[in-house]
Design a protein around this ligand. Structure first.
Ligand SMILES: Nc1nc2c(ncn2[C@@H]2O[C@H](COP(=O)(O)OP(=O)(O)OP(=O)(O)O)[C@@H](O)[C@H]2O)c(=O)[nH]1
Ligand SMILES: [Mg+2]
Length: 273
């Protein structure tokens, strides 16, 4: 049974983030997206659990202090269910997609792409999702991407060290392989940083503080490298120029168009939206 600790609420979408970090998590079902966010906040704000269905069913976002470790900044967090996979056919999901891109359109400091450390061969869902993002947001999206590998639990570190070294290999590690995959246009200057964390037992735990300190540093380094500017693009600016139903319809039209270009299978499942 999924564990629902707190009702997750959706405050109004208009936000004034200013100095706040804005992070969105992306990734396939059950990778540890919501757990990662709870660890950052040191509070169970997002439902987590093991389930054959997505535990996170709707977009949820909130702004709170980044507490692991205490960095003295607020973070606006956007949690997502999987999008545009075979289950995403109905109106609710179209609304989710519209709400998701609306929340992002105010600017994003980093996209955290969450992957289980034991499932690092990018599955087709994750590849398609990344292609869709690149098509919709443009290749500069990659300058804001951070890959977060979960389930690097402290007691597993001795076993995982070899895998981690392989993933980090500059010649044929994770980032190098991703750059060679068909259908991606990753700018050579985009660094594609990898971070390794465990989302369990994070309270008063030096190992967790070290992993999440590195995550914060990586996100902050992205921010500096991007001149302190949050990610935006023509699509986001267009989203902001519409209101209400027109905005929703514009987003759905744009997602379908992008999906048609990159992933015909997704376009079919979106066709009923
Ligand atoms: N051991 C271990 N378990 C983890 C870790 N991260 C997440 N889990 C567990 O993995 C399961 C799925 O985690 P969630 O955070 O709900 O995953 P999610 O990606 O948000 O899942 P959906 O919302 O369904 O897409 C839960 O049972 C978590 O407790 C980790 O780093 N280590
Ligand atoms: Mg979740």
């Amino acid at each position: 049974m999924p564990k629902y600790n707190h009702a997750v609420y959706n405050p109004p979408l208009r936000t004034r983030d200013g100095e706040n970090l804005v992070i969105a998590v992306l990734g396939a079902m059950g990778m540890g997206k919501s757990s990662l966010l709870n660890a950052i906040l040191q509070e169970c704000m997002f439902a987590t659990g093991k389930s054959p269905e997505p535990v996170t069913k709707t977009i949820a976002h909130l702004t709170k202090a980044w507490r692991l470790p205490p960095v003295g900044r607020n973070v606006h967090i956007i949690d997502t269910p999987g999008m545009c996979d075979a289950n995403l056919r109905d109106r609710d999901n179209a609304d989710n997609i519209a709400q998701f891109f609306t929340s992002l359109s105010h600017g994003v400091s980093a996209f955290l792409i969450v992957i289980h450390v034991r499932e690092t061969k990018l599955d087709s869902y994750t590849q398609n999702m990344l292609r869709l993002f690149e098509e919709l947001l443009g290749p500069p999206f990659w300058k804001y991407a951070v890959f977060v590998f979960t389930h690097v639990d402290e007691h597993l570190v001795p076993q995982l060290n070899v895998d981690i070294e392989e993933l980090l290999d500059p010649e044929d590690g994770f980032a190098a392989v991703l750059r060679q995959l068909d259908g991606f246009n990753i700018p050579p200057q985009a660094e594609l940083p990898l971070v390794f964390v465990s989302n369990i037992n994070t309270r008063n735990n030096d190992y967790a503080a070290e992993c999440f300190g590195y995550l914060y540093d990586t996100v902050a380094a992205r921010e500096r490298k991007n001149g302190g500017r949050k990610f935006t693009c023509t699509f986001f600016q267009n989203v902001l120029s519409y209101q209400g139903l027109e905005r929703r319809n514009f987003i759905i039209r744009s997602v379908k168009k992008a999906a048609n270009v990159v992933i015909p299978a997704i376009a079919n499942s979106c066709a009923v939206m």
